[in-house]
Design a protein around this ligand. Structure first.
Ligand code: SF4
Length: 328
């Protein structure tokens, strides 16, 4: 029986953090058993916002690959590859861009949002407006039937479906319309209580060692009303407790809840218990990381092997696409 294909990608903008782990990578790793999985480091997408400084692109790509491997993405089961190593993505992007009406791109919610938020970069570029078309090319290239995404990315997959429909109407049925597989994303605040994000500088990274994890948790924001050790607190509004919910066991969570509400424990005790769980969880990552970082050549080989597998599918798709478009 042929397995359904899955495609997802991440931008190489530096090392990954716990938000990536629980929001995507754990899900990607578990999908390897059931699906034919293609996971792509989307370096061209990184250029849509970071075109002016590409000096660290290679380094970031390697960091993402290491994080993926540490998180359980398995090169024997998944094609792990770099987008620009499969140039067919660019060719499909060009062909799709011919049929995509401009207003479809202008109304993508993240387009305006990012324009406003990323004020320090000039994003009035053709590449930035067109990045959902590139994303569509990434997905359709593998005729992926399933795209695992967070709720904020749903609009992009919907656009992919619309573009696939338009292409198929014009040139014949080439592409399936992919389905969204919503990744259940637990609330994962960063150390300042806001959403964990590199741009807020509040992350706990997958590469952090034990002292770094403990120090970041030690200074993490708590229930702001709990000013003194003798004040009872409310775990429901405490970002530290949100992390307990993800990384601690039932017994520790019950202990923290009771101790917080009765002022039986201090925040330092509570954070120490969380740190113990998190450090235990990250220990295998750190061991694997040491092994991987000592042999970067092996990682580039893994990415090349993944690109070879991806290119085989991409060549077949592009043969079909060129013939459908009746290119001479
Ligand atoms: S005891 Fe724990 S849950 Fe309560 S406020 Fe302190 S860190 Fe938060």
């Amino acid at each position: 029986m042929t397995r359904k294909r899955v495609l997802s990608g991440m931008r190489p903008t530096g090392g990954l953090h716990l938000g990536h782990l629980v929001g995507a990578l754990e899900n990607w790793a578990s999908m390897q058993a059931e699906y034919e999985t293609y996971y792509c480091i989307v370096d061209w997408h990184a250029l849509t916002t970071d075109y002016a400084d590409t000096s660290r692109l290679k380094e970031y790509t390697l960091e993402v690959a290491v994080d993926w491997l540490c998180a359980g993405l398995d090169p024997d089961r998944s094609a792990l590859f770099i987008q620009s190593h499969v140039p067919e993505h660019a060719e499909l992007h060009v062909l799709l861009s011919m049929v995509v009406p401009l207003p479809w791109l202008e109304r993508v919610p993240t387009y305006k949002e990012q324009m406003e938020q990323i004020a320090d970069k000039d994003l009035y570029t053709f590449g930035f407006l067109g990045y959902p078309v590139l994303q569509t090319a990434d997905i359709l290239m593998y005729k992926a039937e399933v795209v695992p995404v967070g709720a904020d990315q749903q609009a992009h997959v919907e656009l992919t479906r619309e573009i696939a429909r338009r292409f198929n109407n014009l040139y014949g049925p080439v592409f399936p319309e992919p389905q969204t597989k919503l990744t259940p994303t637990p609330k994962l605040p960063g150390t300042d209580g806001r959403k964990m994000s590199k741009s807020y500088n509040n992350t706990i990274n997958l590469s952090d060692d034990e002292p770094q994890i403990r120090e970041k948790l030690r200074t993490m924001m708590t229930d702001p009303a709990r000013k003194r050790r003798t004040d009872p607190g409310n775990p429901d509004i405490c970002p530290v407790f949100d992390l307990h919910k993800v990384f601690s066991d039932v017994k520790s969570r019950a202990w923290a809840t009771e101790g917080c509400q009765t002022a039986g424990i201090g925040c330092i005790d509570c954070k120490g218990a969380l740190a113990d769980h998190l450090v235990a969880r990250m220990k295998p990552f750190l061991e694997k990381r040491k092994e991987l970082e000592s042999s970067p050549d092996k990682i580039w080989e893994i990415l090349e092997k993944g690109a070879e597998k991806a290119r085989k599918v991409a060549r077949e798709t592009m043969k079909e696409v060129r013939s459908a478009v009746k290119l001479p």
